[in-house]
Design a protein around this ligand. Structure first.
Ligand SMILES: [Zn+2]
Length: 172
């Protein structure tokens, strides 16, 4: 096999363009496969080559070296602020966030755990209600401890009375 440097000219490209590569659809014979295997077998890559390959393959190259324009950065900043923010608030978790978390872990409340709760009952406008419109997760300790065990299901009426301290509920 001749060695040396070959320079590919534009003319060479042009003549080859559209022509079928000689090895297209041709599988190497068992013999040549063995030869190719042996040629590479036992060869160790130099540390330099290894580090080059490592650099090429390491990390996520997406967005690398790109700068986000300041107006886009501004938009991203606004978009991620407030309720949409995925932030971990530690022990100062917002009540809304906690309610959401309880809902996610326990599902949607579907009963009132106040044994004294009876339906049908009158609402504050004096109308009879056959059953509550919905159920809610109420906080037992009223300290909004980050513990799902600190929550019970109540109907909105019991929940309000419980939060205002009008009723006391014996939770099992
Ligand atoms: Zn109730």
């Amino acid at each position: 096999m001749p060695t040396g440097q070959y320079t590919r000219t534009k003319e060479m490209y042009k003549t080859r363009m559209g022509s079928v590569p000689w090895n297209l659809g041709v599988s190497p014979s068992e013999e040549s496969r063995l030869k190719m295997r042996n040629a590479h077998l036992g060869k160790k890559l130099s540390e330099e080559t290894k580090s080059k390959m490592s650099l090429i393959h390491s990390g996520n190259k997406y967005n690398l070296g790109k700068t986000i324009p300041s107006d886009v950065r501004q938009k991203m900043s606004v978009a991620h602020k407030g309720v949409k923010a995925y932030q971990w608030k530690g022990d100062n978790v917002s009540i809304e966030g906690l309610h959401h978390r309880v809902k996610v872990e326990f599902g949607i409340a579907n009963k009132c755990e106040n044994p004294e709760c009876t339906y049908p009952r009158k609402n504050k406008r004096g109308e009879m209600m056959a059953k509550p419109k919905r159920y809610e997760w109420a906080n037992i300790s009223k300290r909004y401890i980050r513990d799902v065990k600190d929550f019970v299901q109540l109907c909105p009426s019991c929940h309000r009375q419980w939060d205002l301290g009008i009723i006391s509920i014996n939770f099992k």
